[in-house]
Ligand binder design. Structure first.
Ligand code: SAM
Length: 388
C-alpha cells in the first residue's frame, strides 16, 4: 500500500515574489481553489497532484507549487534526519533519477545554511539505499526532482517542489536584452493595471518584449505553462503521463480563438526589437504584436484607447539618474499630448525620477524587482484634466 495517495488533497503552498500575493490569490481562486491561508510570499490551498499540474500550467504570477509531503516537530538536525529517513522516498524518487534539495531555514541554532540540505539529502539517499539497494544521484541542478525543506524554529515542512525551476522561466525568453523584467512580475504588473485582453495595449520601451508577450498570452487565454517542457513532478514515480496529457489538452482548448485588440511594442534600440520579436516567436505570439522601432513618444497608438505601459530604465548611479531626468519629463509630455482617454502606467524603481513625470498618479502600486522596491504608477489621462 503506497504511503502517498496522489488523489488526496494535501496542503500545498503556492509561492510568489513579494507584493504579488493579491494577484496570485485571484488567479488561484479563479481556478476554483479555496485559499486556506496567505502571506507576503504566497497562498496555501488543498491540492491533489493533478491539481498541482493544473496550477503549474495556468498560473501566471506563481514561482513555485509546493506539495506537502510531511511536517513534523524538528528541534535538531538529528530530528530532521530521523523524520526524513522515515518517509517512503523509494515511492517517489526512481533509483536511476536525479534530485536536488533546497531549503528555507529560520532557526537560530542553524548557522550553516548548507547543513540542513546535507542532512536532508543524506536521509533521502540512505532511506532509498536501505529499501532498494541503489543510491540516486543528487546535486544542485534543479531540472529534475526538487525537494524543499522549510524549517522554522522547531517545526519543519518537507515539500515536493512540483515545478523545479521557477515558473518565471517560461521558456520563451531566449534573448533577454538589457534589464529584462521577470515574466511572472510582468504578468502581475499587467493584472494590476487591469489588463484582461479586451482593450488595446501599447508598450513603448519594450526591451526584450516581456510585457507585450505576457499581454498576448493573457489576451489569448493561453496557459503560460504550455510553453515549458520540464517540471519536477514528471520525474517522480507518481507521474501519470496520461493525466498530464489530458490536463494539457484541456488547457489548449481553453485558449480564445478570436484575435485580441492590438498589442503594440516599440523600442528605440533595434537590438531590443530583434530580441523581442525572437522571444515572441518562441512564445507563439509574434503575429499578435506589432513591433515598431522608434522613440517612445513616436509609438503609434490604435484609435480605440486602452492601456499604455512603460518600464523605463531607472538608473542606480548618480550620473545615470541625471541623464534619465529628461526622459522621465518627456514621458509626462507624451502622456499629456498623445494619450488622452488612455490609462497610462509607468513601472519604475526610482521615486526621484518618477517626480519628473510631472503628473499626479492616481495609484502607486508596490512591487519588488529583484531587490529593488518599485512602483507601478497609474495615470488617468482624461482629456483636458491633466495637471502638472
Ligand atoms: C528597462 S528596459 C525595458 C525592459 C523590458 N520591460 C523587458 O522586460 O525586457 C528599458 C528599454 O527602454 C528603451 N529605451 C530607452 N530610451 C528610449 C527611448 N527614448 N525611446 C524608446 N525606447 C527607449 C531601451 O532600449 C530599453 O530596451
Amino acid at each position: 500500500m503506497p504511503t502517498l495517495d496522489i488523489n488526496k488533497k494535501r496542503l500545498t503552498r503556492v509561492t510568489c515574489s513579494q507584493h504579488i500575493t493579491p494577484y496570485l490569490r485571484q488567479e488561484v481562486a479563479a481556478l476554483g481553489f479555496e485559499i486556506q491561508d496567505e502571506d507576503f510570499a504566497g497562498v496555501h490551498i488543498g491540492a491533489t497532484l493533478d491539481d498541482c499540474m493544473r496550477l503549474n500550467l495556468h498560473l501566471r504570477t506563481a514561482l513555485h507549487v509546493m506539495w506537502l509531503l510531511k511536517r513534523f516537530r524538528c528541534p535538531s538536525p538529528k530530528a530532521l534526519y530521523t523524520h526524513v529517513a522515515s518517509f517512503a522516498w523509494e515511492e517517489l524518487i526512481p533509483n536511476d533519477s536525479f534530485f536536488t534539495v533546497t531549503s528555507t531555514v529560520d532557526n537560530p541554532k542553524i548557522t550553516n545554511s548548507m547543513y540542513p540540505n546535507l542532512v536532508l539529502k543524506d536521509a533521502i539517499v540512505d532511506r532509498i539505499q536501505k529499501h532498494t539497494g541503489a543510491r540516486p544521484d543528487s546535486g544542485s541542478d534543479r531540472s529534475k526532482i526538487v525537494i524543499h525543506l522549510y524549517w522554522k524554529d522547531d517545526r519543519a515542512w518537507i515539500y515536493l517542489n512540483t515545478n523545479g525551476r521557477r515558473l518565471a522561466n517560461r521558456g520563451y525568453r531566449k534573448m533577454p536584452h538589457a534589464a529584462p523584467m521577470q515574466e511572472t512580475l510582468a504578468a502581475a504588473v499587467l493584472l494590476a493595471a487591469g489588463y484582461d485582453g479586451t482593450t488595446p495595449l501599447v508598450n513603448p520601451m519594450c526591451g526584450s518584449g516581456t510585457l507585450a508577450i505576457e499581454a498576448a498570452l493573457i489576451a489569448t487565454g493561453r496557459a503560460p505553462g504550455l510553453l515549458r517542457t520540464q517540471y519536477s513532478f514528471m520525474h517522480t514515480k507518481l507521474h501519470d503521463e496520461n493525466a498530464w496529457r489530458t490536463i494539457r489538452n484541456e488547457a489548449r482548448k481553453q485558449g480564445r480563438s478570436q484575435l485580441p485588440p492590438p498589442i503594440v511594442a516599440s523600442d528605440i534600440d533595434p537590438h531590443a526589437l530583434v530580441a523581442a520579436r525572437k522571444n515572441a516567436l518562441t512564445a507563439g505570439v509574434e503575429q499578435l504584436i506589432e513591433f515598431v522601432e522608434c522613440d517612445f513618444a513616436e509609438t503609434p497608438l490604435p484609435d480605440q484607447p486602452g492601456i499604455v505601459i512603460l518600464n523605463p530604465e531607472y538608473g542606480e548611479r548618480l550620473g545615470e539618474m541625471e541623464s534619465l531626468e529628461p526622459t522621465y519629463a518627456r514621458l509626462g509630455d507624451f502622456f499629456k499630448q498623445s494619450c488622452p482617454g488612455w490609462k497610462g502606467y509607468v513601472f519604475t524603481g526610482n521615486r526621484e525620477l518618477s517626480k519628473r513625470i510631472g503628473l499626479r498618479a492616481s495609484r502607486r502600486i508596490p512591487f519588488m524587482n529583484a531587490k529593488i522596491e518599485c512602483r507601478l504608477l497609474e495615470y488617468e489621462l482624461y482629456q483636458g484634466s491633466l495637471e502638472r
